[in-house]
Design a protein. Structure first.
Length: 254
């Protein structure tokens, strides 16, 4: 029997046999979240929704850089060079951002929220969108802020120069970890959590490891497939789901 294909951003290739998988879908962090569980107990969706829903709503609001949540308000202060007292959740995010920047150098820039503002990438459907003037981008890049400009002082995070933090590159990972822990504590033997293309496996299916595929940009199914074992993660990003075409030129976040 050939595996059937379910298109979920990433492609989940279902195995053979009697065990049934069910998927719970919800929205958060500006993306679609899919939780697929093999042989789940009755009422599992309501159980997860009751626990995950409030946390996810708070995380999406407070860790979003461009609304009126905690990170957005902190960015307003840091742009003025001020100090901010942060929650434990935002403190962890800042420390993670600094560690990732140190590891990856110029390839990862968490303190780039104002570059996103220049490009209006944070606007889901910007009316009359236009790319920023090239000289404005060049000016930003010539003195681009870094996380090292945000220092800890007397229990606060203080900006030594104007900056604003964008959590978009790693907030999904924090949500993914939280959702995985919520599943593990319930003892469910096999599950996949997919947060907008960032995926983590819990356990194994009855007939072996989970198999997932990379969705073809042409929309013709899986471009490639591979096994994902317990505790393994798959991170993907593409330019075909979101973007703007203007005068024959396609602009995306990549």
């Amino acid at each position: 029997m050939r595996p059937r294909v379910l298109l979920l951003g990433l492609v989940i290739l279902a195995g053979c046999g009697p065990a049934k998988t069910e998927t719970f879908q919800l929205l958060g962090l500006g993306t679609v979240i899919d939780i697929t569980v093999e042989a789940p107990p009755p009422g599992w969706r309501d159980e997860l929704r009751a626990e995950i829903g409030p946390w996810l709503a708070g995380h999406s609001h407070d860790m979003y850089a461009y609304g009126n949540g905690e990170l957005a308000n902190a960015n307003t202060a840091w742009r003025r060079g001020e100090c901010v007292t942060t929650s434990a959740q935002l403190t962890d995010l800042i420390r993670t951002a600094g560690a990732l920047e140190e590891i990856h150098g110029d390839r990862f820039a968490p303190a780039s929220a104002d570059l996103t503002v220049l490009w209006r990438l944070h606007e889901a459907a910007a009316a009359r969108w236009q790319p920023p003037p090239p000289d404005s981008v060049e000016r930003y890049l010539s003195s681009a802020p870094r996380m090292t400009m945000l220092v800890r002082s007397e229990g606060q995070w203080c900006a030594t120069a104007p900056l604003a933090v964008d959590s978009g590159g790693f907030a999904n990972g924090a949500a993914l970890d939280h959702l995985v822990e919520a599943i593990k504590k319930r003892g469910w033997p096999a599950a996949l959590v997919n947060v907008g293309g960032d995926l983590s496996a819990v356990g194994r299916r009855h007939d072996g490891p989970w198999r997932v595929g990379i969705q073809s940009p042409a929309g013709t199914g899986a471009l490639a497939s591979f096994a994902v074992n317990d505790g393994e993660h798959v991170m993907t990003s593409g330019d075909y789901a979101r973007g703007v075409t203007l005068d024959g030129v396609r602009y995306t976040h990549i």
